[in-house]
Design a protein around this ligand. Structure first.
Ligand SMILES: *Cc1c(COP(=O)(O)O)cnc(C)c1O
Length: 398
């Protein structure tokens, strides 16, 4: 008799976005004239930049002739992209990496979800709360559910405390989705020191690194002393360059990162991840990788920057508008997310209904990202400028 992986049956139902869609649909059915503004959108909306579009066209043309056609590529990615990544994202920050430490992927969701394949089932995990749900769910699917949460809220100014009990694998995401908050280099160094002292590994999700504006905020965990011994870092071009539909990113697994066998022997994780990818991952297409390479050209950098500037101007408008309207807000300075405290102690879902039925604005209830998100609400800066402006006017009661 075939048996199911019962771990899937223990997952919490992920009803957040379907429940939002449901409530918005009901409201629109009852109020057909209402002009609903969506500020909950978690996807980018601006098109790919011209440098990326030309690179895509060129790569497609190469596929049309036998002399330049490409078939199966290397599972860990083409070296032209690995080199561009090392020279563009790491060398300027004083971080040196070897080509075989850079694994090209089809986005950070896949790798943050799959990395658990190379780890034992008995690791105790630590995650901040609220959090991107992929880290929790992917571990639960594997049967790993010994998870400790580090709450992030206004009380600790969204700086999580180090665990007081021993943990083995730590998931950190900065700039953070959903809270839009960042971690200083000094604070991040404390986590690295904890990992080194406790033989733990840090999974560092840097998907929003390109949104950092302020000095002193690390773009990579490898800016911290000793991090190459204990951290795996995930990057994505999804939010950086609008690749949510193109699909490309990369993961850094330094050669020095190790974990132990049950017998206590130290094993390097880089060859294990390489083996995992060679067996289970087909690589990202040549066309996608040429598109990603174009992000590192001078025009590409400037064009990608301009799009991020557009979103960050949205964030500024929303942040200032919300503050003016009397809300307590975080994020929106080094991240495209704005996290606000719901007024008068109403719950996240009550506030969702108030915003929908009052100013006709849709956002995301904070509790959907974990219990510490209760009493908070997420807005994103990925919308159209006009919508951000109109939404802020409505909130200020004009
Ligand atoms: C959007 C996002 C990613 C990137 O996902 P892709 O699979 O690369 O599109 C990764 N981590 C977080 C926290 C995100 O919000």
């Amino acid at each position: 008799m075939s048996q199911v992986n019962e771990n899937f049956l223990k997952l919490n139902a992920s009803y957040l976005f379907s429940e939002i869609a449901h409530r918005v649909a009901d409201f629109k059915a009852a109020n057909p004239e209402a002009d609903v503004i969506r500020l909950g959108i978690g996807d980018v909306t601006q098109p790919l930049c011209p440098a990326v579009i030309s690179a895509l066209h060129r790569a497609v043309d190469e596929m049309a002739s036998a002399s330049t056609f490409r078939g199966y590529g290397p599972e860990h990615g083409y070296d032209f992209l690995q080199k561009a990544i090392i020279e563009g994202d790491f060398q300027p920050r004083g971080i040196s990496l070897e080509l075989d430490e850079v694994f090209i992927n089809d986005g950070a969701k896949s790798d943050t979800g799959n990395i658990g394949d190379i780890l034992g089932l008995n690791n105790r995990l630590c995650m901040t709360d609220p959090i991107y749900p992929v880290y929790v769910d992917s571990n639960r699917m594997a049967g790993r559910d010994d998870i400790i949460y580090a709450p992030c809220n206004a009380g600790n100014n969204f700086v999580p405390s180090l665990p007081t009990e021993r943990v083995d694998v730590i998931y950190l995401c900065y700039p953070n989705n959903p809270t839009g908050t960042v971690i200083s280099k000094t604070e991040l160094q404390k986590w690295v020191d904890y990992a080194l002292a406790n033989d733990a590994i840090i999974m560092y999700d840097a998907a929003y690194e390109a949104y950092i504006r302020e000095e002193g905020i690390p773009h990579s965990i490898y800016e911290c002393e000793g991090a190459k011994k204990c951290a795996i870092e995930f990057h994505s071009y999804s939010k950086t360059a609008g690749f949510t539909g193109v699909r490309c990113g990369y993961t850094i697994v330094p050669r020095e990162v190790t974990a132990r066998t049950s017998g206590g022997e130290r094993v390097a994780l880089n060859p294990l991840w390489n083996r995992r990818q060679c067996t289970k991952f087909n690589g990202t297409s040549y066309i996608q990788q040429r598109a990603a390479e174009a992000i590192y050209t001078e025009e590409g950098k400037a064009q990608v920057r301009a799009t991020i500037d557009y979103y960050m101007e949205n964030a500024r408008i929303m942040r200032e508008g919300l503050i003016k309207a009397g809300f307590q807000v975080w994020g929106g300075v080094n991240a495209p997310y704005i996290w606000l405290k719901t007024p008068d102690g109403v719950t996240s879902w009550e506030f969702f209904d108030q915003l929908l039925h009052g100013p006709n604005i849709v956002g995301t209830p904070g509790v959907g990202f974990g219990p510490s998100g209760e009493g908070y609400f997420r807005l994103t800066a990925f919308g159209q400028r006009e919508d951000c402006l109109r939404a802020m006017e409505r909130l200020s009661g004009k």
